[in-house]
Design a protein around this ligand. Structure first.
Ligand SMILES: C[S@@+](CC[C@H](N)C(=O)[O-])C[C@H]1O[C@@H](n2cnc3c(N)ncnc32)[C@H](O)[C@@H]1O
Length: 274
């Protein structure tokens, strides 16, 4: 459990919800009519933010489905799935502060009846077998050492015929990783594997692979324009800097460099449970 506490501490930003409210007010946003767009710079904590979540969501017919987001962070993708795809979405995350903020943000944009959030561990999901039509995860498994348990739990809570959608960061070769990264300050909290290792586990679990997309180039293009904007204008009012503070630039540049030099890659994909 010490590891989980350390990971929670890595992500901790105390008073996060209140900070977001105060930034909205500073930008002149009326707190009684906040839109998802007003917070999308901060509530999607992965490379390419809201754009890639939309793309992933359009890969299958999600209308009206029951979805679980494993490692949901602040719940931006959960709100998008609820609002744009009429899903009922449950988000689970290790971080008490992220879950508190996720609940507050859903209420703020009137999506609290279609989204619910629980604090919990991805390798011990507090849900019955076959509870969800879709399980979704983005940029979480790098923090998880027991990959077999992680993917077995996902399979367990998925209904027969249900889909597993992922968008993740993987090792591409054996080169050393230089930290800090957005998900880990040091290698102690980082458990990167090659995509093939995940595919082997999913195959063993008898999940059936369909579309796989290499997202690395799209990620590099996104980061290069983000870093150029950071250099030109400094940190935005509502960006990932709200979550990562002073170390934002260092972490993003490290990740960009590893994607460019071929040490890391981004991949999304869909598996189906027969
Ligand atoms: C980089 S953030 C991504 C958040 C979200 N998926 C998104 O894309 O906006 C990684 C998240 O994984 C969560 N996490 C890490 N290990 C976890 C675990 N064992 N169980 C549940 N959540 C975990 C962290 O608390 C953090 O919110």
């Amino acid at each position: 459990m010490q590891l989980n506490q350390d990971i929670e501490r890595h992500y901790l930003k105390e008073g996060l919800f209140e900070d977001i409210l105060s930034r909205l007010k500073d930008q002149g946003v009326d707190l009684n009519s906040v839109k998802r767009d007003d917070i999308s710079g901060v509530d999607e904590f992965h490379v390419r933010g809201a754009a890639v979540s939309q793309e992933l969501a359009r890969t299958i017919d999600l209308n009206g489905l029951e979805v679980l987001d494993v490692g949901c962070g602040l719940g931006g993708p959960c709100r998008m799935l609820a609002d744009d795809f009429n899903c009922n979405v449950t988000g689970i995350d290790l971080s008490n502060e992220f879950i508190r903020t996720a609940k507050g943000l859903s209420k703020l944009v009137n999506l609290d009846s279609k989204t619910s959030f629980v604090v919990g561990d991805a390798v011990n999901l507090p849900f019955e077998n076959e509870s969800f039509d879709v399980v979704w995860t983005q940029h979480v498994q790098m923090n998880i050492s027991d990959k077999k348990r992680f993917y077995s739990e996902i399979r367990r809570v998925l209904k027969s015929g249900g889909h597993f959608l992922y968008y993740d960061i993987f090792k591409k070769n054996g080169n050393e990783i230089v930290y800090p990264m957005p998900w880990a300050s040091t290698s102690d909290h980082s458990f990167l594997v090659k995509a093939i290792e995940m595919h082997d586990i999913l195959n063993e679990l008898k999940l059936e692979k369909s579309t796989i997309i290499d997202q690395t180039k799209a990620g590099i293009d996104f980061f290069e324009s983000l870093v150029a904007k950071l250099k030109a204008y400094g940190p935005p009012k509502m960006g990932l800097n709200v979550l990562m503070g002073d170390s934002t630039k260092h972490k993003l540049l490290n990740l960009l460099e590893h994607l460019k030099n071929g040490t890391l890659m981004l991949e999304s994909g869909i598996y189906t449970k027969e």
